[in-house]
Design a protein around this ligand. Structure first.
Ligand code: FAD
Length: 456
């Protein structure tokens, strides 16, 4: 029977281990994507992610069609759909690349068992991470909770395999399977259509992921170590949503970066090391998620359960979401996020610190807003980073290190270009006055933190 290739967070054809192995097996291919918003524990996608997914699926549909294979789209609980597709095509095997969230792993385990019960083989592969989370362990066989030794252990492990080439031809299963109409999933916003800024900023899909990587390596990698913290510079790769949806694999990024860095020396060579270290933070976030599946809802450090978050001040939360706090760098970041679906990493840290420390609003509120508005909203990196800033996470910044948004502005946007580009009325009477006093709220945050220390 044919091989079913189940596409998930890996919307690409090149370096797709599941597709590659199905090809090696040689039987005809059935390609399927399931929009699963129903299985227990699976987190519904945010708005910006849905927009991205729509466009990424269009791109994948078209590149599969070029190879003569239709992408079958189905909506519903994945367990029922995958077993049904396997039965309807009399498939011999189902292939997929692994996911690492708790609910997703449980689901895959159930599906694997069910398929095997009906005589269908199920094969899963490592495609989204360079280092499978359970393979990296401390000397005591425990998970890592600190980044630096984690990444050192990764670099001492067998280095990432070479990427697989893109298939040049596929043998499509000749039968006919019903497929949903992508448009009918209404993943793209219509009324109101808030995606204009997203369309102007991004081009989802495998081809543009590779263009972005090539341009980054050519033009920006040498300056990366020096400029990556300056939000006004276009100094980083912009690969995060492409990596989130697996339009490009970390193996491809890793090897291309290593090749590009061979000719670099001095601070330019440092850029490559630094860039690969950032990929390491992505790996670390997944390592943490794998060992703490409820990362988006629970403090990684349980002593933070005692933290006295303020009762939710809706007005303050809205001011933060809409970029009207009266703090220029915070507002610039929040408006950049709303308009483009992304925010510079430095500013993500500043806005998150402002919410959790100056407003004393629970990090989960901020995580949820980012989940809804980021095109790179990631099940591991988003909660891990929020907890990192809030102080409750793995290898977190110590709570008492509170960013001062005005000093951060002066230091990282010295020509005010980033703020001006995102907050046109900044410096005029139309700009809001600060909603809080920095000194006072800083003292209140430190006092609140005493409760956590006392609970230890
Ligand atoms: P580059 O500097 O070019 O880095 C290359 C790649 O490394 C990125 O594409 C990303 O995949 C990875 N990476 C870089 N920094 C980190 C990091 N700190 N943690 C994990 N991976 C990293 N990143 C997400 O991908 N999704 C999220 O939902 C997300 N939420 C965040 C929330 C907060 C509060 C903070 C402080 C950071 C968050 N990050 C998240 C991490 C980081 O801000 C983004 O990965 C980065 O800004 C993406 O831009 P880039 O692709 O140009 O990064």
């Amino acid at each position: 029977g044919p091989s079913v290739v189940w596409f998930r967070d890996d919307l690409r054809l090149a370096d797709h281990p599941a597709l590659h192995e199905a090809l090696v097996r040689g039987a005809p291919i059935v390609a399927v994507f399931v929009l699963d918003e129903e299985s227990p524990g699976v987190r519904p996608l945010g708005g910006a992610s849905r927009w991205w997914l729509h466009n990424s699926l269009r791109a994948l549909t078209s590149s599969l069609a070029d190879l003569g294979v239709p992408l079958v789209l189905r909506r519903g609980p994945a367990e029922a759909i995958i077993t049904e597709v396997a039965a309807a095509t009399a498939a011999s095997a189902v292939y997929w690349n692994r996911r690492y969230g708790g609910a997703e792993r449980d689901l895959d385990t159930r599906i694997k068992a069910e398929l095997r019960n009906t005589g269908v083989a199920a094969h899963s592969f490592a495609g989204s991470l360079l280092f499978e989370p359970w393979t990296i362990q401390t000397g005591q066989g425990k998970p890592y909770s600190v980044f630096t030794p984690f990444w050192r252990a990764c670099l001492a492990a067998p280095l990432p395999r070479d990427p697989y080439p893109a298939p040049t031809g596929l043998d499509a299963w000749p039968g006919d399977l019903p497929s949903d109409d992508l448009q009918a999933w209404t993943l793209e916003p219509t009324r109101p259509d808030w995606a204009e800024g997203l369309r102007a900023t991004w081009r989802p899909g495998e081809a543009s992921a590779h263009t972005r990587l090539a341009e980054f390596l050519q033009d920006r990698l040498p300056r990366y170590a020096d400029d990556r913290d300056l939000p006004a510079e276009d100094a980083t790769s912009g690969l995060s949503p492409h990596l989130r949806w697996g339009e490009i694999s970390p193996y491809q990024v890793w090897h291309a970066t290593r090749r590009a860095s061979e000719s670099l020396t001095g601070s330019a060579a440092k850029g490559a090391v630094r860039f690969l270290t950032e990929l390491g933070w992505r790996e670390f976030s997944y390592h943490v998620l794998f060992h703490a599946p409820n990362l988006a809802s629970h403090n990684w450090k349980p002593d933070f359960d005692a933290f006295p978050w303020q009762p939710l001040d809706e007005q303050a939360l809205h001011a933060w979401q809409q970029g009207r706090t009266g703090f220029a760098l915070v507002d610039a970041g929040m408006r950049e996020l709303w308009r483009t679906g992304t925010m510079h990493n430095r500013v993500r840290m500043v806005t998150a610190s402002f919410l959790t420390k100056n407003l004393l609003i629970d990090w989960r509120e901020g995580e949820r807003w980012f989940w809804d508005t980021l095109v790179d909203a990631d099940p591991a990196s988003n909660p891990a980073s929020w907890q990192w800033v809030a102080g409750s996470g793995a290898d977190a910044a110590p709570y008492f290190r509170i960013f001062n948004p005005e000093l951060q502005f002066a230091k990282f946007d010295p020509h005010q270009s980033y703020v001006r580009a995102n907050v046109p009325e900044w410096g005029t009477d139309a700009y809001p006055t600060p909603i809080v006093d920095l000194g006072e709220t800083r003292r209140a945050a430190l006092a609140a933190y005493e409760t956590v220390k006392a609970a230890k």
